[in-house]
Design a protein around this ligand. Structure first.
Ligand code: 13P
Length: 248
């Protein structure tokens, strides 16, 4: 049985003071054993968030890192810095990083390898544009993203990877994929993983859906056979997130 994982990607929102207020509102009702809950906060908020989350079982993550250990990489943070500050998850390959910051498949593969070798738990994002969806070639595109990301990743590390299927056309648009559309691709991703590894990894790897998840659609999405929770943007910044975490 795969445990569901619901993560809130705060993106570039919440100052340190706002972080305190938001966590105060969310933490009691988001602290549950039924699902894994992760707050994926801006890295500057990690230390404060860690303090505010004491006594809960809510996990912390950051939204990005660089794959080198240290040195002359102005503006970047390392895996070690994230872990030392108290976060354990990291998002890799979000479409906003791919599109705005020009991260390519090769870089995302390096980040996935580094996250695992450092002990960070990666949430690896994939997903197609509206153009590819309409052309009908979205599965080929996603297969390429997954194969490239998992190059040289061991079986045990693959098992510890969370994949987030986030169709770009559904992110921040209010246009959610239908639960059948989301399930189709999550199932397809699981099959690719099965071919790359084996039945054990295929049936145990966790695959989330992300893209305009809200309190009204979470249950239908998360109850699909191959959808193991969600990566939530906008709605993770509101009390609505409580209802998403407690979708049952
Ligand atoms: P929204 O939930 O705001 O559509 O964002 C989804 C997302 O990009 C999460 O990583």
């Amino acid at each position: 049985m795969r445990k569901k994982i619901v993560a809130g990607n705060w993106k570039m929102n919440m100052t340190v003071s706002e972080t305190k207020d938001l966590i105060a509102k969310l933490k009691d009702k988001c602290s549950t054993n039924d699902v894994d809950v992760v707050f994926v906060v801006p890295s500057i908020d990690v230390t404060t968030a860690k303090e505010c989350l004491k006594g809960t079982n809510i996990k912390l993550g950051t939204q990005n890192f660089y794959y080198e250990d240290k040195g002359a990489f102005t503006g970047e943070i390392s895996a070690k810095m994230i872990l030392d500050a108290g976060a354990e998850y990291v998002i890799i390959g979000h479409s906003e990083r791919r599109n705005i910051f020009k991260e390519d498949d090769a870089m995302i593969n390096k980040k996935l390898l580094k996250a695992h070798s450092s002990g960070l738990k990666p949430i690896l994002c994939c997903g197609e544009s509206l153009e590819l969806r309409e052309k009908g070639t979205y599965k080929d595109f996603i297969e390429k993203q997954i194969k490239s990301a998992f190059e040289n990743v061991s079986e045990s590390d693959a098992l510890n990877t969370v994949i987030a299927y986030e169709p770009i056309w559904a992110i921040g648009t209010g246009k959610t994929a239908t639960s059948d559309e989301a399930e189709e691709v999550c199932k397809f991703i699981r099959e690719i993983i099965g071919k790359l590894y084996n039945d054990n990894v295929k049936s145990n790897i966790r695959i989330q859906y992300g893209g305009s998840v809200n309190a009204g659609n979470a249950r239908e999405l998360f109850e699909k056979e191959d959808i193991d929770g969600g990566l939530v943007g906008g709605a993770s910044l509101k009390e609505e997130f409580i209802n998403i975490v407690n979708y049952k």
